[in-house]
Design a protein around this ligand. Structure first.
Ligand SMILES: *Cc1c(COP(=O)(O)O)cnc(C)c1O
Length: 344
C-alpha cells in the first residue's frame, strides 16, 4: 500500500523507504557543481563500479539520462539507430530533435529485437559520401518498455556489430537491474556489451528522484558539461544521493520478490472469467492482460477498482498492464483479483 491505496500503475509510484528517509536526513552534502557533495560523489562512484564503467553522473530523470547520452555521443545531424517503439521515440516528447538535434533512424522490432541484418544494413558506411548523414550511435533498451528482457547473446551480437563499425552503444537500462535479476546474472555481465548506460533509481529501486548515467571517464566529463548546458547542474543533491545509494546497494537485491509476485498475479488472474492474461509476457514485474468477455470495459474497470482504493491505468492498444513493486504484497494481489472476480 502507498498512502492507503494499492497502486498497480507503475513501479515509478514507489516512495522512499524509512531507511532512505533516515539517510536523507543525515546525509553530508555540499555544492555538487563545485564537486563538493561527498554523498553524490559516493553514489556516482558506486554506480560506475557496480556497472563496470569508469565514471557516473546523476541526472534528475531517466529522460535526461537518455537525452544526455544522445547529446554527448552524437553531433547535430548525426544518425542514431534505435527500435521504433522505444522510450526515446515514444515517451520523451521529441527531445532528441530539440536537444541533441540528431536524426533518429528507427528499426521495427521483431520479437522485441532489432534484427541484426537490418541493423547492419542501416549503418552508414561511406564517410566520404557528402550526401549521407553519419551514424553516431546505436541505442536500445533492456529491459524494454514492454517489460521484455534481451538475453546476453543478443547483447553480445549487437556489440560485435558496433565494434565492426567503431560505433558506441547506449543502453537505456531504466530497469537494467530487473533484467539482470530475470537473467540471473550480475549486471556487469550485461553492461560489458555496451558503452554507456542510463539506470533509473526511482522505479522499482524506490529512490524518490533520479537516474545515473555511467560510461568512460572522458564520456562522463563531457556529459557533465552538457548536463550544465541543459540546466541539470544541481547543488546539495546528496540529499537524493543518500537514497540512491540504498537503491543500488539494498533495493537491487529484492527485485526477485516483485517478479515472483507478478508471476503469482499471472497465475491468480488466469482464474478470472473474461480476462486473457498474456502469461508469456511476464518476465519482470509486469503483468499484461486483455479484457475479452469481461463484464466491464477498461475505463469501467479503472473506476470500479478506484472505488476500492486500487489504482490502475487504462488500456494501451487493447492491452492492460499491472506493475508489482515493494508496496504490493501477495495479500493485496489476492484482494485485487477477488475484486475483479466479483464483477458480474
Ligand atoms: C522510465 C523509463 C525511462 C525514464 O523515464 P523518466 O520518466 O524520465 O524516469 C527511460 N526508459 C525506459 C525504458 C523507461 O521505462
Amino acid at each position: 500500500m502507498i498512502n492507503g491505496k494499492i497502486d498497480l500503475r507503475s513501479d515509478t509510484v514507489t516512495v522512499p523507504t524509512d531507511e532512505m528517509r533516515q539517510a536523507m536526513c543525515t546525509a553530508v552534502v555540499g555544492d555538487d557543481v563545485y564537486g563538493d557533495d561527498v554523498t553524490m560523489n559516493e553514489l556516482e562512484a558506486l554506480a560506475a563500479e557496480m556497472m563496470g564503467k569508469e565514471a557516473g553522473l546523476f541526472v534528475p530523470s531517466g529522460v535526461m539520462g537518455n537525452q544526455l547520452a544522445l547529446f554527448t555521443h552524437a553531433n547535430r545531424g548525426d544518425e542514431v539507430i534505435l527500435p521504433d517503439n522505444c522510450h526515446i521515440i515514444s515517451h520523451e516528447a521529441g527531445a532528441a530533435a530539440i536537444i541533441a538535434g540528431v536524426q533518429l533512424r528507427t528499426i521495427q522490432n521483431v520479437a522485441g529485437e532489432m534484427p541484426l541484418d537490418i541493423l547492419e544494413s542501416y549503418i552508414r558506411k561511406d564517410a566520404n559520401d557528402i550526401h549521407q548523414p553519419k551514424t553516431a550511435l546505436i541505442t536500445y533498451e533492456n529491459a524494454d518498455s514492454d517489460g521484455q528482457v534481451r538475453d546476453l547473446a543478443y547483447m553480445k551480437n549487437v556489440k560485435a556489430l558496433a565494434y565492426k563499425y567503431h560505433l558506441p552503444i547506449h543502453l537505456d537500462g531504466a530497469r537494467i537491474f530487473n533484467a539482470a535479476t530475470y537473467l540471473g546474472v550480475d549486471v556487469k555481465e550485461m553492461t560489458q556489451y555496451v558503452d554507456t548506460i542510463s539506470v533509473c533509481l526511482s522505479k522499482g529501486l524506490c529512490a524518490p528522484i533520479g537516474s545515473i548515467l555511467v560510461g568512460s571517464a572522458e564520456f562522463i566529463a563531457q556529459a557533465r558539461r552538457k548536463r550544465k548546458i541543459i540546466g541539470g547542474g544541481m547543488r546539495q543533491v546528496g540529499i537524493l544521493a543518500a537514497a540512491g545509494k540504498i537503491a543500488l546497494t539494498e533495493m537491487t537485491k529484492r527485485l526477485q520478490q516483485d517478479h515472483d509476485n507478478a508471476a503469482y498475479m499471472v497465475e491468480k488472474m488466469q482464474e478470472i472469467k473474461g480476462i486473457e492474461v498474456l502469461a508469456e509476457r511476464q518476465q519482470i514485474s509486469m503483468v499484461f492482460f486483455r479484457l475479452q468477455d469481461y463484464p466491464l470495459t477498461s475505463a469501467e474497470l479503472v473506476s470500479y477498482l478506484a472505488k476500492h482504493d486500487v489504482v490502475i491505468n487504462g488500456e494501451d492498444n487493447g492491452v492492460m498492464r499491472f506493475v508489482t513493486h515493494k508496496y504490493v504484497s501477495k495479500e493485496e494481489i489476492d484482494k485485487v483479483v477477488d475484486l475483479m472476480k466479483q464483477v458480474k
